[in-house]
Design a protein around this ligand. Structure first.
Ligand SMILES: NC(=O)c1ccc[n+]([C@@H]2O[C@H](COP(=O)([O-])OP(=O)(O)OC[C@H]3O[C@@H](n4cnc5c(N)ncnc54)[C@H](O)[C@@H]3O)[C@@H](O)[C@H]2O)c1
Length: 419
C-alpha cells in the first residue's frame, strides 16, 4: 500500500478516492461498518459531485482496523475533531487511532494529520510518538499537518487547485516526504511549520465565520431600527471600493461552528470569537422572535411553520451542525406545528406541497438552488395561507426583505450577491 486514509468521512473518502485515481494503492480505514459496506457496494454514503464516478472507476482496499493502516508507507488521518462544549478540542478519535497504530509504526513512516486541529497538535503527536515508541519526527518518521481546506461540494475541483499547505515537524526536508504523497495532485505545495499550517487553517475558517457574523448582526440591528438590511448592505457595497459586507444567513456546519474554539481555547482576547459565535448562533432565535412579533396574537402556538431546507447551507446534503435543526427545536418550544422540506438531505422530510399546505409561516432555512425562486414563490402563493409570513434571511426568493408577507413577494431591483 502506498497510502492509508483513516476516517472515510466527507474529507477522507473523497481524498482516498482521489489518491486511488492518481494511481496510488490505497487502504481506506473506518470503524463504521455501514460506511465500509456502502463503499464496498460502490455507493457513496453522502453527496459529493463527481465522487460516484471515482468510486466506480477506482479500487480501495478497506479495513475496519486502524492498525492495518501501518501496512502503507504514508498514513493520513482524516478523523473528526469536534470541540467539547467547554471550548477545547476533542482529540479522542486522533488519540485512539494513534494508540492503535503505535505498536505497528516503523522508521520511514509518514504520518499526516489532515483533520483540522488546534495549534500545537502536530508537535504533540510527534512528541507522543517519540515518547511512546522512540521514533523521532524528522529523523525516523515524518509527521506533518496538511490541512484540508476544500469546501463541501468542491472537492474534486479544489484538490488540484488549492495550494496544499505542508507543515512538517523537523522542517522542509521532512516535508518533502509528505510532499511526495500530496504531489500526485496538481496543486502547488507550500512548505511551512506545523503551527503555521494549523493557524492558517483555523484562521481561514475564523475569517469566514466572522465575515458572516457581521451581516447577521446588522440584520438584527436593522430590525431594531425599522431598517431594511438588504438595502443597507446595498448602500454599503454599491460602487464603494472599501465595501464588501456579505449577506446574512444561517452560518454553521461542522467546520465553522467549532474551528474557532481551537483558537478560543487559549485566546489572547477571550470572548471575541465567542461573541462572533453567539451572533451566528442567535440567528434562529432572532427569526423566531420576528415571527412572533408579526403574528396576530404574538404567538406561534398552533401556527403551521414550513421550514424549507435542513442542510447547514445551500446545495449540500450535510445537515450536521445545521442551524435549521436549532430553528426547528426553538419553533417546537413555541408549540408551533412545524413541517420540513429538503430535497437533498438523507433525513426523511415532507414533499414541498405537503410542507407548504396552509402554512402560516414559511422559512427559507437553506438557500438550495433547488428552491428556484419563481417556482417557490408560486408554490407559496398557491399552497400556503394567503396571509403567510415568508422569512428569508438569505433573500433567496428575492423579496428584498427578511420578513415579508406572501403578497409582498415582489423582487426588489437591487443587486444581491449570493454569499
Ligand atoms: N467536512 C468538511 O467539509 C471539512 C472540511 C475541511 C476540514 N474538515 C476537517 O476534517 C476532519 C474530518 O471531517 P469529516 O467531516 O470528514 O468528518 P466525518 O465525521 O465525516 O468523518 C470521520 C470518519 O472517521 C471515522 N472514525 C472515527 N473514529 C475512528 C476510528 N477510531 N477508526 C477509524 N475510523 C474512525 C468515522 O466513522 C467517520 O466516518 C475534521 O477535523 C474536520 O474539521 C472537514
Amino acid at each position: 500500500m502506498d497510502v492509508s486514509v483513516i476516517g472515510l468521512g466527507r474529507v477522507g473518502l473523497p481524498l482516498a478516492l482521489c489518491f486511488a485515481d492518481a494511481g496510488l494503492s490505497v487502504l481506506g480505514v473506518d470503524k463504521d461498518a455501514d460506511r465500509l459496506e456502502a463503499v464496498r457496494a460502490g455507493r457513496m454514503p453522502f453527496k459529493e459531485p463527481g465522487a460516484d464516478e471515482l468510486l466506480a472507476r477506482t479500487t480501495l482496499e478497506l479495513s475496519a482496523h486502524a492498525a492495518d493502516a501501518a501496512q502503507a508507507d504514508a498514513i493520513v488521518l482524516t478523523l473528526g475533531t469536534p470541540s467539547f462544549s467547554h471550548i477545547e478540542i476533542d482529540m479522542s478519535a486522533v488519540r485512539s487511532v494513534l494508540d492503535d497504530l503505535l505498536p505497528h509504526l516503523r522508521p520511514g513512516h509518514t504520518i499526516v494529520l489532515r483533520s483540522t486541529i488546534a495549534p500545537g497538535t502536530t508537535e504533540f503527536v510527534a512528541g507522543y510518538l517519540e515518547r511512546q515508541r522512540g521514533l523521532r519526527a524528522g529523523v525516523d518518521v515524518h509527521v506533518a499537518h496538511v490541512p484540508e481546506r476544500i469546501a463541501t461540494g468542491k472537492f474534486l475541483q479544489e484538490i488540484d487547485t488549492l495550494p496544499c499547505i505542508v507543515g512538517a515537524v523537523g522542517g522542509p526536508e521532512s516535508g518533502e516526504h509528505v510532499a511526495q504523497v500530496f504531489g500526485v495532485f496538481d496543486a502547488p505545495i507550500v512548505q511551512t511549520t506545523p503551527v503555521q499550517a494549523e493557524l492558517a487553517k483555523i484562521w481561514a475558517n475564523i475569517l469566514r465565520y466572522t465575515h458572516f457574523a457581521l451581516p447577521n448582526l446588522l440584520m438584527m440591528d436593522c430590525e431594531q431600527y425599522g431598517a431594511n438590511v438588504f438595502e443597507v448592505i446595498d448602500l454599503i457595497n454599491r460602487d464603494y471600493p472599501r465595501g464588501g459586507i456579505a449577506q446574512p444567513g444561517f452560518t454553521a456546519g461542522t467546520c465553522l461552528r467549532k474551528d474557532f474554539t481551537f483558537s478560543e481555547e487559549r485566546s489572547n482576547a477571550p470572548g471575541m470569537l465567542l461573541a462572533v459565535s453567539r451572533v451566528n448562533e442567535s440567528v434562529p432565535h432572532f427569526l423566531v422572535q420576528g415571527m412572533k412579533r408579526r403574528s396576530p396574537d404574538a404567538t406561534l402556538n398552533g401556527r403551521k411553520v414550513a421550514v424549507l431546507g435542513l442542510a447547514f447551507k445551500g446545495d449540500t446534503d450535510d445537515e450536521r451542525d445545521s442551524l435549521a435543526h436549532k430553528l426547528i427545536r426553538l419553533l417546537e418550544r413555541e408549540l408551533a406545528d412545524v413541517a420540513v422540506h429538503d430535497p437533498l438531505v438523507a433525513s426523511p422530510t415532507q414533499p414541498l406541497e405537503v410542507a407548504l399546505h396552509e402554512a402560516q409561516v414559511v422559512v427559507v432555512a437553506a438557500n438550495h438552488e433547488a428552491f428556484v425562486p419563481a417556482e417557490t414563490r408560486a408554490a407559496i402563493g398557491a399552497l400556503a395561507s394567503p396571509d403567510a409570513l415568508v422569512v428569508d434571511p438569505w433573500n433567496h426568493l428575492g423579496s428584498g426583505q427578511v420578513f415579508a408577507f406572501a403578497d409582498e413577494l415582489i423582487p426588489l431591483q437591487i443587486e444581491v450577491r449570493r454569499s
